[in-house]
Design a protein around this ligand. Structure first.
Ligand code: AR6
Length: 172
């Protein structure tokens, strides 16, 4: 799989699926969730309502409506409570369950934001390491390309550093 990091607004990406760092209600919120709902239009909320929420670490898929992305995969990440409350495992589940849904819909390209690294306060480097490791280990047929869509230069630099380390290791 091709894995790369870019600095971009995730709502602008023309990919098969973008992942939303949602909350358990799936009814919208601030941060990337708010931006995705605004860009997708009110049909997205209408599609989310009947899903009846989602547990932390699980994922649900809807159409992308007015977005360039065909699908939105919604996954509530863990709130950071110091690291001893299953946060790493739950964050890994977010990535894995999102990839599972993308694979099921044969999505060739998928973009992830830094799940839990905003309002939910997961430390950026630790969260990015889990993101890269989990995606690198994925052995499904799809996606063929995963994009880590960063919203700050700091996040981009962290991802690029981790990706370099992983790619060097996987070549040797
Ligand atoms: N494109 C890409 N990344 C973005 C964008 C964007 N347009 N906007 C923000 N980010 P957050 P969480 C980055 O807080 O921590 C919501 O209210 C941001 O810089 O959106 O998982 C939900 O409803 C950060 O790195 O999500 C939940 O209640 C990352 O996206 C709660 O926030 C995630 O930040 C979820 O918190």
């Amino acid at each position: 799989m091709i894995i790369r990091a870019i600095l971009e607004d995730i709502t602008a990406l023309a990919v098969d699926a973008i992942v939303n760092a949602a909350n358990c209600s799936l009814l919208g919120g601030g941060g990337v969730d708010g931006a995705i709902h605004r860009a997708a239009g009110p049909e997205l909320l209408k599609a989310c309502r009947p899903l009846g929420g989602c547990k932390t670490g699980e994922a649900r898929i809807t159409p992308g409506f007015r977005l360039s992305a065909k699908y939105v995969i919604h996954t509530p990440g863990p709130v950071w409570h110091g690291g001893n409350h299953r946060e790493p495992e739950l964050l890994r589940n977010c990535y894995r369950n999102s990839l599972e849904l993308a694979n099921g819909r044969q999505c060739r390209t998928v973009a992830f934001p830094g799940i839990s690294t905003g309002v939910y306060s997961y430390p950026l480097r630790a969260a990015s390491e889990i993101a890269v490791k989990t995606v690198s280990e994925w052995d499904g047929r799809f996606p063929e390309e995963t994009i880590f869509c960063c919203f700050s230069r700091e996040a981009l630099e962290i991802y690029q550093e981790i990706l370099k380390y992983h790619q060097t290791r996987s070549l040797s």
